[in-house]
Ligand binder design. Structure first.
Ligand code: CA
Length: 229
């Protein structure tokens, strides 16, 4: 799950960013509306959820929302605002906000609202993905290998290995470039070394090898990778 957070108050932004990362979201944090629009307009990165503060330098959260919906994006958006006046709430919902949270709020409530948005989202992924004998459960975040007699063995993965495998399993038989993987699975602000993807793929392959699925992810030399199905 990749989230775009747009919040100009440093303390609040930092707190939300930290909370979301603890919950295994991949987070890009923009401090103003113009920066946020650059993230949203990028063809490289796809978000699953967005959190827009209402009052922002540059473009307001409301303006961001209007631009997004004008592009026919169905990205679920939670609006944050210090205002609790009814007309603001109506304007936000009219502009296409999916939910609304009035400051100050607790992190537990924010997380609950995001989970609800994920459940209602039209772009929600299937609960389970299967490629060959590998079954990935997006809900409880487990991966199993099924043997021919139907027994399943859980494969223990780190968070990054899980995200990487999930990405491959959502795009079976497609060539995925190293840049695509880096843009989708690493934070934009991350100091990404060119070999960070290759290193992570190597670790994931080692785990898959332990259950006999070492050849599922093939290297397409000079380009990237492909998951065979
Ligand atoms: Ca603000």
């Amino acid at each position: 799950m990749r989230v775009l957070l747009v919040e100009d108050e440093p303390d609040l932004g930092k707190a939300i960013d930290r909370t979301l990362k603890q919950e295994k979201y991949i987070v890009d944090w923009a401090l103003d509306g113009s920066e946020a629009w650059e993230y949203l307009d990028s063809q490289w990165t796809q978000y699953n959820l967005a959190i827009f503060d209402w009052l922002l330098p540059g473009l307001s959260g409301l303006e961001l929302l209007r631009r997004l919906r004008a592009k026919n994006s169905a990205l679920p958006v939670l609006m944050l605002t210090a205002k609790d006046r009814m007309e603001d709430k109506v304007a936000g919902l009219d502009a296409g906000a999916d939910d609304y949270l009035v400051k100050p709020f607790g992190m537990a409530e924010l997380l609950a609202r995001l989970r609800a948005l994920q459940r209602r989202s039209p772009q929600i992924q299937p609960q389970q993905l299967q490629v060959e004998n590998l079954v990935l459960d997006c809900g409880n975040r487990t991966v199993c290998h099924l043997d021919p007699s139907g027994n399943s063995q859980i494969i223990s993965l780190t968070n990054k290995e899980f995200q990487l495998l999930e990405y491959f399993m959502k795009h079976p038989n497609q060539i995925i470039t190293t840049d695509q993987i880096r843009n989708q699975l690493w934070e934009a602000s991350a100091d990404s070394f060119s070999n960070v993807v290759a290193a992570q793929v190597r670790l994931l392959r080692r785990k898959l090898e332990s259950v006999g699925d070492a050849n599922l992810i093939e290297t397409v030399h000079g380009v990237g990778y492909r998951m065979k199905n």
